[in-house]
Design a protein around this ligand. Structure first.
Ligand code: SF4
Ligand code: SF4
Length: 459
């Protein structure tokens, strides 16, 4: 939802004359979008990568480690972010939104893109963070899921690409301190949004997923009981770019001795309209349990589950390793979570193996939330043909030619087509790039489409 201020500013968007040309437009700058863009660019195609947030990197950058290898997630994604930024065949537009896609014919897409104003001149900004230091407005930091604050003038994180400040105009009080302090004179409150028209022969949609909003499961108390957090918040507490130096519970900053995980929150649950398994929650919870035992060796970790889905290569061994490390697994559906006066949290659950209703007390409870589609904005922008989605809203792809949507020339990869883990996402992105490249080559042979010159797009 945009605030009135944003809406008023965006209504004044000015069209930029002319039409920019690219071989392909990739929508979404997470790990799938970066992989697809790099693969296409390496094959010599000119790519425009469009990301709605102020930086690329997506959710993978925010994770601690990947399962089952326990490789550092940001160590995998950071080099890709840098490679995207510096590849001569990729033009990167962050803080930009697709507002319309017109299908003009075979291999002929006209895409309208809104470039939102950062209120910071990207050419001049050096990423020094002085504006952030002097800004008096403190807000919850989205990239840390509210565990710490950010300013109204901010850089999303230290290795953001591009590492340029952005002003949250909806919360700015226009005190002018950032403007006076900026050594580069980069603050520009006169910036206006601009609308660009782009012609492309193919599109790859890699819009990823959104997390199930845990507050919808009211009986679990998320948002009301301070020491009930989501698994994504725990990822931030465990990651190398973590907000604190340890795992601390929110209410009093204490290191928790006992942590409970509730699996399948918003997945395999018809009461919230999502009967599907989210594929990753079991394994990321097991991974986090292992990392917690490393960070807090004296802590107890209990995982409450319906059944563990350890289906991938090395997953079963990873699960068995967690058991051997002392992680306790309790088969049972959690019915209710209550906050206690001492800050602890009580779980009421059915122990399926014993056939009894029981309760347990933990210092901290983590809700392992599921994955939902995040394609709505893109689907409604497509005119000329309707992009097919499944019953939950994920983009439908042809099972015999995965990554091919029902519209010729439009491909999709990663969690845009359904929940999946990081290796499968990267594989699918590479497959989408290969199919897209074959399509572009066939178009060239058919229509003698020339190799496009890199258009004048700002980074
Ligand atoms: S806008 Fe200015 S003060 Fe802020 S990061 Fe950029 S150069 Fe530094
Ligand atoms: S003008 Fe806005 S962004 Fe700049 S310092 Fe003041 S509140 Fe922060």
């Amino acid at each position: 939802m945009r605030s009135n201020m944003s809406r008023r500013i965006l209504e004044k968007a000015e069209p930029t004359p002319g039409l920019l040309n690219y071989d392909a437009v990739v929508i979404g700058g997470g790990i799938a979008g970066m992989e697809a863009s790099l693969d296409l660019a390496e094959m010599g195609f000119k790519v425009l990568l469009v990301e709605r947030e102020p930086t690329i990197g997506g959710k993978m950058f925010l994770l601690s480690k990947v399962f089952p290898t326990l490789d550092c997630a940001s160590c995998i994604s950071t080099p890709k972010m840098a490679a995207v930024a510096h590849h001569p065949n990729i033009v990167l537009w962050t803080y930009s939104e697709i507002t319309r896609i017109d299908i003009k014919g075979k291999g002929d897409f006209e895409i309208t893109i809104l470039r939102k104003p950062r209120f910071v001149n990207e050419e001049l900004c050096t990423g020094c963070s002085t504006c952030e230091e002097v800004c008096p407005v403190v807000l919850p930091k989205e990239y840390d899921y509210g565990l710490r604050g950010r300013k109204a003038a901010y850089i999303p994180f230290d290795t953001a690409v591009p590492k340029k400040a952005v002003i949250d105009i909806d919360n700015c009080i226009f005190c002018g301190q950032c403007e006076r302090a900026c050594p580069a004179g980069a603050i520009d409150f006169m910036q206006r949004p601009r609308i660009y028209r782009v012609k492309a022969h193919a599109i790859i949609i890699t819009t990823g997923y959104r997390l199930f909003p845990a507050e919808r499961k009211e009986q679990y108390g998320y948002g009301k009981i301070p020491n009930v957090i989501t698994a994504m918040q725990m990822e931030r507490l465990l990651s190398p770019t973590r907000p604190f130096n340890s795992v601390l519970r929110p209410s009093d900053g204490k290191e928790p001795n006992s942590i409970g995980y509730v699996l399948c929150v918003g997945s395999r649950d018809r009461t919230v309209g999502n009967p599907r398994c989210s594929q990753v929650c079991c394994m990321y919870s097991i991974k986090q349990a292992q990392l917690i035992l490393g960070a807090l060796p004296l802590a107890d970790v209990t995982i409450y589950y319906m059944d563990i889905r350890a289906y991938g290569k090395g997953f079963e061994e990873f699960y068995q390793k967690a058991k051997a490390m002392g992680v306790k697994f309790v088969r049972g559906r959690v019915a209710k979570i209550e906050g206690l006066p001492n800050g602890n949290v009580r779980l009421i659950y059915e122990d399926i193996d014993e056939g009894r209703v029981k309760s347990a007390e933990h210092d901290l409870v983590v809700l392992s939330v599921g994955l939902l589609p995040s394609n709505d904005d893109i689907i409604s922008t497509i005119h000329g043909e309707k992009l097919a989605v499944d019953e939950l809203g994920f983009i439908r792809v042809d099972p015999s030619t995965p990554t091919q949507t029902n519209i010729e020339g439009i491909f999709a990869a990663g969690c845009a087509t359904g929940p999946k883990d990081i290796p499968d996402t990267i594989l699918e992105a590479a497959s989408a790039a290969a199919r897209c490249a074959a399509y572009l080559k066939s178009l060239r042979q058919e229509k003698a489409v020339p190799v496009e010159a890199v258009a004048n797009g700002g980074r």
